[in-house]
Design a protein around this ligand. Structure first.
Ligand SMILES: [Fe+2]
Length: 274
């Protein structure tokens, strides 16, 4: 296994790409962001030495988390201890990290484990203040129930965690809700910003347009599934009717946790609740 780090800077925001390679293939990439002395997310455990060096070089004095997933929190406990700093996140991330959470064998293999951490709760009415910037947490569930984006209104920056990732996506995890993500995306597209500091795919230009593209894609997708479902088709049939393709390697290696069909299931699950 090899871990590679790349660093970037845009308009005063320093950001770092941490990629894990196995057998020459990039199997996981995540970005962390630094605004003054604030670190947003902490990368995978396997990037520990690199993130520590970055955090020390940049004199990090506090950490904000977008959500609890292992590629974002893999070093939070470690950095809090090494740097003697506090970390902040949604009250649910606080709860999850205080108890620790069960990871799949594949997630452990890809990213390493996540140690328990005592993180401080941040309410959506709170703000994160640094020397030059003010970040507002925006509650944006759907990818995970504890998901915050961080918005710097004056600069037009949105640190969007895992809510964007791409204009169109092909897979969903079993725990994700497509309709809830639509609500969160609507909340975000109502904000004024241009730069999308996405944790897997940052867009330093036309960030809002990319987020609007994602919203449109989800609305179209949900609309199509709803129509077929109301005509009496089941998930399997809808999947075929929509011409969707499964990546069976991904599906089976994750024991069904990640699949294209999960996107259809998510819509139907929420339709049944309505
Ligand atoms: Fe995530």
């Amino acid at each position: 296994m090899a871990v590679r780090k790349f660093n970037y800077e845009h308009d005063g925001v320093h950001y770092y790409r941490f990629s894990i390679y196995r057998l020459g293939n990039n199997v996981q990439t995540v970005y962390t962001f630094i605004v003054d002395d604030l670190l947003i997310d902490t990368a995978q455990k396997y990037s520990r030495e690199n993130i520590l060096k970055v955090a020390k070089d940049k004199h990090i004095s506090k950490i904000a988390l977008t959500h609890h997933h292992e590629d974002h929190t893999g070093n939070v406990a470690f950095l809090m201890k090494e740097l003697n700093v506090e970390a902040y996140g949604h009250p649910t991330v606080v709860k999850i990290l205080s108890k620790g959470y069960k990871m799949s064998p594949l997630a452990k293999l890809m990213n390493g484990t996540v140690e328990k951490a005592i993180v401080k709760p941040l309410l959506s009415t709170d703000i994160l203040q640094t020397a030059n910037y003010t970040l507002q947490p925006i509650y944006t569930p759907g990818h995970s129930e504890d998901h915050y984006c961080y918005y710097e209104k004056n600069k037009g920056w949105l640190f969007s965690g895992d809510l964007y990732v791409a204009d169109k996506i092909k897979y969903f995890a079993t725990y994700e809700s497509l309709f809830t993500q639509i609500d969160s995306l609507k909340k975000l597209t109502a904000l004024d910003f241009d730069i999308l500091f996405c944790s897997h795919n940052p867009k330093v230009k036309d960030g809002k347009k990319h987020l609007q593209n994602k919203l449109q894609f989800f609305e179209d997708f949900a609309g199509e599934v709803t129509q077929y479902y109301q005509q009496g088709h089941n998930a399997r049939q809808i999947f075929a009717l929509m011409g969707m393709k499964e990546n069976y390697f991904n599906k089976y290696i994750t024991l069904g946790n990640f699949s294209a069909e999960n996107m259809v299931h998510s819509v139907i699950k929420d339709l049944k609740k309505k």
